[in-house]
Ligand binder design. Structure first.
Ligand SMILES: Nc1ncnc2c1ncn2[C@@H]1O[C@H](COP(=O)(O)OP(=O)(O)O)[C@@H](O)[C@H]1O
Ligand SMILES: [Mg+2]
Length: 201
């Protein structure tokens, strides 16, 4: 059953050994050269599955990967039956929002401390379930320890918050709990520099 159609994938609701599961299928893009498209979809499928598993080691919650079919560009994973942060963050109490944002900042801090870059840190890619934030959609992620890529990751997140959650205090809380993981505050500093670059470009 088609559940969602994302920017680069179709999300189907399915079952895996009797459990509710999500099938993320990267559909061919006909506007791209066929061979290049195949290589791109396969490599993103592989790297997404790898990162979703690997990031658990630093204490960040992600869906369990049930199966990966690289040739089909398909990942079968745990269905996180929670609420998308994007849909709830503006409507919860100030106290609850603070708690959620602190968890987001802490998780991103742990990822970055372990050189895992998410690549698309919008609140559509975060799901709240049982008081935990689950991160999904690592298709644009990578292993990288450079300050610049961490800064870009944070900057993408900041722009997402400015777009979707500008009416409430939120991103400041995210940064508060990110900072203890940020050596010498370098990634946050770089994030601000990247915004400045954008402003004067
Ligand atoms: N494991 C999952 N559990 C619950 N919902 C999911 C899961 N994976 C994806 N979704 C839903 O599908 C949407 C699109 O999936 P995503 O992986 O972000 O694809 P895209 O790369 O196209 O953005 C998400 O915003 C979320 O609502
Ligand atoms: Mg997404």
């Amino acid at each position: 059953m088609l559940f969602k159609r994302g920017a680069e994938a179709e999300i189907h609701l399915t079952e895996f050994l009797g459990r509710k599961a999500i099938a993320k299928w990267r559909v061919p893009k006909t506007y791209r050269n066929r061979e290049i498209d195949d290589i791109l979809r396969k490599s993103r499928t592989k790297s997404e599955a790898r990162l979703i598993s690997e990031v658990k080691k630093c204490g960040v919650s992600t869906p369990v990967i049930y199966d990966v079919n690289v040739d089909e560009c398909m990942i079968i994973m745990q269905y996180i039956n929670g609420k998308r942060i994007k849909d709830i963050l503006n409507n919860v109490s100030e106290n609850e929002r603070k708690k959620i944002c602190h968890k987001i900042g802490e998780s991103v801090g742990k990822m970055h401390a372990d050189s895992i870059i998410h690549g698309d840190l919008t609140t559509s890619n975060m799901i709240l379930l049982n008081d935990k934030i689950f991160f999904i959609d690592f298709g644009l992620g990578e292993k990288n320890s450079e300050v610049e890529v961490k800064g870009v990751d944070l900057h993408v997140m900041m722009e997402g918050f400015e777009g979707a959650h500008s009416e409430v205090d939120a991103f400041g809380y995210v940064l508060d709990s990110y900072k203890p993981y940020d050596k010498k505050g370098m990634a946050v500093k770089r994030m601000h520099e990247i915004s400045e670059r954008g402003r004067y470009a």
